[in-house]
Design a protein around this ligand. Structure first.
Ligand SMILES: *Cc1c(COP(=O)(O)O)cnc(C)c1O
Length: 360
């Protein structure tokens, strides 16, 4: 394991200032005092691991990331447990996925223990920024980008890995408990053989124009269909989807290479099966979705991901018609599964799968 050089901020945010800043938590607008940076140079490997003050990064204008978007990231949370300890949910799974993303973007792997250690170091330095469990959590954002100054097209030879942290409340603004989705029929997020299964910034860049169109239609988020037949439900710009039927079945689209393998999705498959639901990974078409919502066979639908955990889908709009799911204001299965998962994450329910890792 690399040695970390530790240089804490000399004048950290005062407790009063921090308490005031953490009064009204949003998502991703408030940041802690510190960051982790580790550099990679081909031939030398990972070096110069630093836990230091959070500050701007100086980059050469020719840095490859600014031109060819060689960038990947992760998102996970640190929670304050009832006994005061701070823990994270399946950080090892994020470390593994980070390296799968790295492979797809032709970037170097970061040893999994170094990924987890980097989070540990940051959380230890910024422990006071982890909100109380009833207020929120500390969102951790590890990311890596090509820093080599070079305009030719090839994998860069220098990278910077960072972790920053942001105290967060709920992900979606306002008191509304459901989201309205816009189903895009003319844009796709990812294609077979593309980068859809990698957590890279480029996928998000491609989702922003359809997202803006959805917002113009009064929707909160966009749901993307498959790129080939434009028929099969894939996922949202940043969350997976699940469908709950009256017969106790839950369907989620299979990981086909263009869907991001969500850790929330994976964990919910287990939690839902334990709660007595039959969980199937099965292709589900937009047309079938429309029919099932209208016939009432579909009871609920929800989006899932680390940031918002589970968000019920109340209404769906598209150029091919609008429909409401259930009574339009969410459902009991989403609530039950959310409580089950959040209970494990906050340490108020048993953790039979050993999903929690104590960080500090
Ligand atoms: C991160 C992400 C998800 C959710 O993954 P989790 O591990 O559950 O947070 C789903 N879809 C996309 C496109 C994502 O980037």
């Amino acid at each position: 394991m690399l040695d970390f050089s530790i240089s804490p901020l000399l004048n950290p945010t005062s407790p009063d200032e921090r308490a005031a800043a953490m009064e009204q938590l949003g998502f991703g607008t408030l940041f802690t005092d510190h960051m982790v940076t580790i550099r990679y140079t081909q031939g030398q490997g990972w070096h110069d691991a630093v836990l230091g003050p959070r500050e701007p990064i100086a980059l050469d204008p020719a840095a490859a990331v600014l031109h060819y978007a060689q960038e990947i990231f992760e998102g996970l949370k640190a929670y304050r447990l009832p006994d005061g300890a701070i823990a994270s949910f399946r950080p090892q799974a994020n470390a593994e996925r980070f390296n799968q993303s790295a492979t797809r973007l032709a970037m170097p792997h970061l040893p999994e223990e170094l990924f987890v250690e980097s989070i540990r170091r940051l959380v230890a330095a910024d422990a006071d920024w982890v909100p109380d469990a009833d207020k929120g959590s500390l969102y951790l954002r590890p990311f890596m980008f090509a820093s080599e100054a070079f305009l030719g097209v090839r994998p860069a030879r220098e990278y910077i890995y960072c972790v920053i942290a942001s105290p967060v409340g709920g992900y979606f603004k306002g008191g509304k408990s459901t989201v309205t989705l816009w189903v895009s029929h003319d844009h796709v997020r990812a294609v077979p053989g593309g980068t859809g299964a990698a957590k890279c910034g480029g996928n998000y860049a491609a989702s922003l124009e359809p997202q803006a169109q959805g917002i113009a239609k009064g929707c909160d988020q966009v749901l993307f269909l498959d790129a080939v037949e434009r028929k099969w439900v894939e996922e949202l710009g940043g969350m997976n989807v699940m469908f709950v039927f009256t017969d106790g079945t839950i369907i989620t689209p299979p990981l086909n290479g263009s869907i991001l393998p969500g850790i929330t999705r994976d964990s919910l498959r287990t939690v839902a099966a334990e709660a007595g639901y039959t969980v199937k990974e099965q292709p589900y078409s937009f047309e079938q979705w429309q029919d099932d919502a209208k016939s009432g066979r579909l009871k609920e639908a929800f989006a899932c991901g680390t940031a918002a955990v589970i968000t019920s889908i109340g209404e769906v709009r598209s150029t091919r018609g609008d429909f409401v799911i259930g009574n339009g204001d969410g459902g009991e299965v989403a609530r039950l599964l959310r409580e089950a998962l959040v209970g494990i994450q906050l340490g108020t329910r048993p953790d039979p799968h050993g999903w929690m890792t104590t960080l500090a």
